[in-house]
Ligand binder design. Structure first.
Ligand code: MG
Length: 181
């Protein structure tokens, strides 16, 4: 997967929703004994990120975490995730991200997030996470879009940091200059 190599700045952690992001169904509508399937690019993307040294995690508001975990095991991707937060909540995944952050110690602005629900994208991006809405599951197009937006957000925050530093240094320099000699 050459896409990842095209970016100089990369996220440290990529977080995925499960239902309609990694696989095309709601867990609670399926039986544990069924064999699940993923969106065509999903597994390749997980492995490609891992190969590049980028950690992956799950944030799912599923009412049936037991089914979700069984499916992750059946798909042999269970052990690839450094964090799995699968629980139902009234908040739109802000709790999930607080937990992922405390578990991994990765700063929120070093994370990239994929989800199929706009309300989750809205609330998580307000926390400082680069968040991408997916249409028909995560695919190479969504990955490219996510990595592009991540590096844009990163350079904007770096520029703001520089601006702030320049302003601060000027101020402290000028106040120094005003000191009576
Ligand atoms: Mg979903």
């Amino acid at each position: 997967m050459q896409i990842i190599g095209m970016f100089q700045v990369l996220p440290r952690l990529v977080v995925f929703d499960l239902d309609y992001t990694l696989w095309p169904f709601y867990c609670e509508c399926r039986l544990k004994r069924e064999m699940p399937s993923m969106y065509p690019h999903a597994k390749g993307i997980l492995h490609a990120l891992k190969d590049k040294g980028i950690d992956v995690a799950v944030a799912s508001r599923s009412p049936t975490p037991d089914i979700a975990n069984t499916f992750l095991q059946k798909l042999s991707i269970d052990s690839i995730f450094v964090a799995k937060e699968i629980f139902s909540s009234w908040t739109h995944k802000t709790d999930h991200f607080q937990r992922i952050h405390s578990r991994t110690a990765v700063p929120l602005n070093s994370m990239l997030f994929f989800d199929d629900e706009d309300r989750n994208i809205q609330s998580v991006s307000k926390m400082g996470v680069t968040s991408i809405l997916v249409g028909k599951g995560v695919n190479l197009g969504a990955l490219r879009q996510g990595l592009t937006k991540f590096s844009q957000n990163w350079s904007t925050s770096e520029k703001n940091k520089q601006k702030w530093q320049t302003k601060f240094c000027k101020k402290s320099n000028s106040s120094e200059g005003n000191d009576p000699e």
